[in-house]
Design a protein around this ligand. Structure first.
Ligand code: SF4
Ligand code: SF4
Length: 147
């Protein structure tokens, strides 16, 4: 889920609050080159989920972000996120805000051209239980932070 070189618009007024875009798990965004940012609370949650010591998780699965301003998950040689295995996210339940939040809480110009998420009217999405608090982030404090 990198977004190198794209102009990001983070959570803000221009995001469509009437429509929920339901991810179809095509995994394209797990294969884009770039950072998969993890904040401190997310590192804690992911390490716990993987039953790993936090420092060991940081050593094994993270690197500095390209701007050196925090941590990112590492990627494989083909740019896929290290947590993607057999087209499935190994940390789906606690994946970072960057992953949880796309494309509903942040996106970029022309994101629809590279994402298969299907539009669902928000009222219907709420009724169907597609929008849950847990969908927004493993790290609630990171919600809306600059990506
Ligand atoms: S953490 Fe999971 S959802 Fe996020 S980029 Fe990696 S594999 Fe994809
Ligand atoms: S958010 Fe979009 S690009 Fe990412 S897995 Fe879902 S449908 Fe695919």
């Amino acid at each position: 889920m990198g977004f190198q070189g794209w102009s990001i618009r983070s959570m803000g007024a221009d995001l469509d609050s009437e429509t929920w875009y339901q991810c179809d798990r095509c995994t394209a965004c797990c294969k884009w080159p770039g950072d998969v940012k993890v904040e401190d609370e997310e590192v804690t949650a992911i390490a716990k989920f993987l039953e790993m010591d936090e420092d060991a998780f940081i050593q094994r699965f993270t690197r500095l972000r390209m701007n050196r301003n925090g941590l990112s998950l590492i990627e494989r040689d083909n740019d896929e996120c290290i947590m993607l295995e057999n087209d499935r996210c190994l940390i789906q339940e606690v994946k970072p805000f960057q992953c949880k939040g796309f494309p509903n809480r942040w996106n970029f110009k022309d994101w629809e051209k590279v994402c298969q998420a299907k539009p669902v009217p928000m009222a219907q999405a709420l009724k169907m239980g597609l929008v849950e608090e847990g969908d927004l982030s493993a790290n609630h404090a990171a919600r809306g932070s600059e990506l």
